[in-house]
Design a protein around this ligand. Sequence first.
Ligand code: PEP
Length: 258
Amino acid sequence: MRPYIVAGNWKMHMDSESGTALARSIHEGLAADPPSDGVSVVLCPPFPVLSSVQAAIAGSGIGLGAQNMHNEDHGAFTGEVAPGMLRAVGCTFVILGHSERRQHFHEDDAFINRKLRAALTHGLTPIVCVGETLEQREAGITEEVVGGQVRGVLAGITAQEMKGVVLAYEPIWAIGTGRTATPEQAQEVHADIRGVLASLFDRGLADRIVIQYGGSVKADNAAELFACPDVDGGLIGGASLKAQDFLAIIRAASTLAG
Ligand code: PEP
């Protein structure tokens, strides 16, 4: 049985004060109504807010994640953050290859693959994002595009390493648009991704890998998306910025996890 992982991607929102308040509210909400054992919760604030969020969630079981990192340990990479730096402030997760990084910062599968290897070397669980544009979906090449991204970001990754990787299917047309994939659309791509994992590794391992869905997940659609057999939780943007909304999404996963 795979766990559900519900992760909040705060993007470039929240300062130390508002981020701490949000993290505290989520901590308190989960203390009052703890999620099922099969549900993990992760908060991914911006870099400058990581330490204060870490303090606010200490002892709660909530994981801390970053939204990006460089693959090198140190060096002349102005503006970048190294994996060891994330570990030092308490991160155990890192989002890699988010479509906003691919689009605005020209990250490609090869670079994401280097980051993925570095994350694993440093004991961080990478949440690796893949997803197609609206044009690609309308052209009927979703499976090809997403399958190609999965193969690209996982190039050279061993079966042992793969056990520490989380994938997130995030159709670009659904991110921040309010337009969510239907459960059928999400399930179809998640099953395709699991098929690619089975061909790269084996069916047993493919069935163990957590594949989150991301793209306008809200309190009122989380349950139907998470009920899909191959959808193992969500990467949540906008709805993770309000404690009550995020807690409701966690509850949806919790109810399904039993
Ligand atoms: C995201 O940031 O990964 C995301 C899915 O955003 P939203 O939930 O706002 O669509």
